[in-house]
Write a protein that binds this ligand. Structure first.
Ligand SMILES: Nc1ncnc2c1ncn2[C@@H]1O[C@H](COP(=O)(O)OP(=O)(O)OP(=O)(O)O)[C@@H](O)[C@H]1O
Ligand SMILES: [Mg+2]
Length: 305
């Protein structure tokens, strides 16, 4: 066999393997064994507090005995390693290229929370070459035994990257502030998720609000519009985080608020949020585990391209 023919055979083999891996996903359910929860934290508008929610929620869940890993799928300015006070040297790109194992790049943040650092490659995760996808999928196999919860910091908006991560996750926490553009952008995100990917369930978290009354009024205005124009979509209120000057200071010092100021009102609300999310996700029985999340992510990319 000449060199070109060998190469063609190899590529054919790889394609078949990828298809086998991604074939398991058919419109929303995999059969699964142990089931870590996969939750995306997302928003329509940027700067609404997603990364703070991911970091603090992860720490509180870890305190409650869950083994939590954060995947940083956002390259925003203040990404998760900044908020957690970390300076990772390696990132997901090294795994994609097959240069490192996942275990080499995972860093441990406050209270033992694990973090998979982002890279510029993260924007292209859903459009990887098949060989690179295989590298990732085989690496993510190992995570299912190591963790109980994967939290994804998705970045804001309706770019394909954000939408794919949200579609592949089991649950989505949409973070909204009372700002009108944050509300309309959250609605736009849910609309795209629903019409493009049939996603019907969203958790809504209000951030930077004055009090519960304001949080509930934003929630109601969003659910009213959704009831009229997105029939079938379920938006569940999972609480609020008050505007808190201590949280702003903590970010400046690169410390999660639940560590630096456990007495702060925002810290108390992060604890309530953790209770609520753990309770609401304890019964998830379909779409299990982290590896299936990646398979689904890859298969969404394949379907759309
Ligand atoms: N509850 C709060 N009270 C006061 N300030 C807050 C609160 N939540 C977040 N902030 C501030 O808002 C800013 C943005 O927060 P964060 O980086 O978590 O948002 P983000 O949604 O992840 O942003 P991006 O879309 O850029 O990734 C931070 O500077 C943080 O200090
Ligand atoms: Mg962020």
């Amino acid at each position: 066999m000449d060199q070109a023919a060998t190469l063609r055979t190899m590529i054919k083999g790889e394609s078949a393997r990828i298809r086998r891996i991604t074939d398991g996903y058919k419109g929303g359910s995999f059969s699964s064994g142990t089931r870590p929860k996969v939750i995306a934290v997302t928003s329509g508008k940027g700067g609404v507090g997603k990364t703070n929610v991911v970091g603090n929620l992860a720490i509180v869940c870890q305190r409650k005995g869950k083994r939590v890993v954060i995947f940083d799928a956002d390259l925003g300015l203040a990404n998760i390693d900044i908020i957690m006070g970390l300076n990772p040297k390696l990132n997901i790109e090294h795994v994609i290229k097959g240069e490192k194992d996942l275990s080499d790049i995972i860093v441990r943040g406050p209270e033992g929370v694990a973090i998979i650092p982002a890279s510029s490659g993260v924007e292209e995760l859903v459009h990887l070459t098949e060989g690179h996808k295989l590298n990732l999928l085989s690496e993510f196999d190992t995570l299912d035994k190591m963790f109980d919860m994967l939290l994804i910091d998705t970045g804001a908006g309706i770019s394909s990257n954000v939408v794919y991560f949200n579609a592949a996750a089991q649950e989505r926490i949409v973070v909204v502030t009372p700002e009108p553009t944050s509300i309309t952008d959250a609605y736009a995100l849910m609309k795209v998720m629903y019409y493009q990917h049939g996603v019907k369930n969203f958790f809504l978290l209000l951030n930077m609000v004055k009090d519960e009354k304001q949080a509930k009024s934003v929630f109601e205005s969003l659910t009213n519009v959704a009831a009229r124009f997105l029939a079938g979509v379920s938006i569940e209120y999972v609480g609020f985080i008050p505007w808190d000057s201590l949280l702003k200071k903590a970010v400046g010092k690169r410390e999660p608020i639940v560590c630096s100021h456990p007495e702060a009102s925002s810290s108390a609300h992060f604890r309530d949020l953790a209770d609520c999310i753990l309770k609401r996700t304890e019964d998830i029985v379909v779409d299990g585990n982290i590896k299936f999340f990646w398979k689904r992510l890859m298969s969404i990319g394949v379907e759309q391209s």
